[in-house]
Every structure is written in C-alpha cells, then in structure tokens.
Design a protein around this ligand. Structure first.
Ligand code: BTN
Length: 215
C-alpha cells in the first residue's frame, strides 16, 4: 500500500474517483486539509489536521463496509479508546461520532472497476457539531494513527468473513437498543448476512439496507 500525500484537496474520494487510472491497486490518498469533503446523504466533511484518507481497491471483492468499520474500530481500541460501531459505518466514542466512512464504487460498462473507501477520523473534536476526537483521549500524532489504520486494514483483508462479521456484531452500538426509524420505534435485533439492519416492533420485522436509524 503506497501513501500519496496532498497538502490540500477538495475531497480525497472525489480526487480518486477522477484519477484512479493514475494509481495502483491499494494506493492510498491522504490530505492534510479537505475543503469540499463529502459524507453520506450529501453531507459535508471538511477538516484540517484531522485524518482524511481514501483507499483504492481495484478489481476486488472485499467486504469493505465491514472491514473499514473494523479497521477504524480496532485502531481506536489499540490507542486505548472505547469505540463502538454504529451501523452501517460510523464509529462512536462516548456516544459521539469520531469517524465516518464513505464507500464508492466505479463502474465501466456495467462492470465494477474499483472501490474507493474514504475514511474521516477526527483528531480534534469538531466545533460545528457534537463529535469526539482522538486527542481528547490519547496523546498521539496523526501520522502514527494513519500508519496504524493502514496496517490494521491490511491485516483485516486476510481475515475470514465469519471473524469479520462476529467482530462487527460484537462491537455494534445499536444491537439490543431501541431506535427510531421513519418516526417509529424498533428494537435492533441483528445484522443480516447481506449487511441489512434487522428491526423489530409489534407490527413485525423489517430489514433496512441503507438509511439512517436514530438512537
Ligand atoms: C459520513 O459520515 O457521512 C461519511 C464521511 C466520510 C468522510 C471521508 S473523509 C475522506 C473521504 N473523502 C471524502 O470526501 N469523504 C471521505
């Protein structure tokens, strides 16, 4: 995995989407400052001196939603933090978001060419919304965390699906909790094999593939 550093980019994901042909499988783009960063549901993710990093995976079949969440989870855990994974790809510490992940795929004539896994991790807590940052809990440099994250990702690429699923479920914030989804309350009863969240209330069981559930 080669690291390519930029002082400033609008978005590490957008940059890779536009330039993936110039890079090799498993190259990594890192920006010190991100000025037009993107999150899920068209949210913004701008940052300075936090971690904004995108991994390029060409012609692959890895389970990035699970691997990327666990890579951040295990990185933070080994720094002494107590993280939890909020389905699908958010990482929380002390009930506040510390990391978000945006996974995008590129298709050419209906064939998947590559996946871009963009990870944002706060070093500092954001002033704009309630979040947490690594520096509140651990005295570490950004470069140290980046290397730890990359090595953890690499290690997880060779783990079995069963290990990854169990780790994800065992460290999930939502399982067993009551959540709100489209103005109704549900109990979260599990995560399916195809990565849907399973919700139950007196009207029955629902599986949701990509949406937001609120605690
Ligand atoms: C979310 O929580 O909605 C996902 C946020 C993902 C942010 C990262 S930062 C690196 C990469 N580049 C982007 O523009 N977005 C992702």
């Amino acid at each position: 995995m080669n690291k390519i550093y930029f002082e400033e980019l609008p978005s590490t994901n957008t940059y890779l989407k536009e330039n993936y042909n110039k890079y090799k499988n498993q190259d990594i783009i890192i920006a010190n400052k991100q000025t037009n960063g993107r999150g899920r549901f068209d949210r913004k993710w701008d940052s300075i001196n936090d971690i904004t990093i995108s991994f390029l995976f060409k012609n692959n079949n890895y389970n990035h939603p699970i691997i990327s969440s666990l890579a951040v989870f295990e990185t933070l855990k080994s720094l002494g933090l107590n993280p939890k994974i909020k389905w699908p790809n958010d990482i929380f510490v002390d009930n506040k978001k510390i990391s978000g992940i945006l996974i995008e795929s590129i298709f050419e004539s209906n064939e998947k060419k590559c996946d871009i896994v963009g990870i944002g991790i706060n070093m500092n807590k954001s002033l704009n919304y309630e979040s947490s940052g690594i520096l509140e809990y651990a005295d570490v440099s950004r470069d140290y965390v980046i290397d730890l994250l990359i090595n953890t990702y690499k290690r997880l690429l060779s783990c079995s699906e069963e290990y990854l699923r169990n780790e994800y479920i065992n460290n999930s914030l939502l399982i067993g909790k009551v959540v709100r989804y489209k103005d109704e309350e549900y109990m979260v009863i599990g995560i399916s094999h195809d990565f849907k969240i399973q919700l139950k209330n007196k009207r029955g069981i629902k599986e949701i593939s990509c949406d937001e559930v609120k605690l």
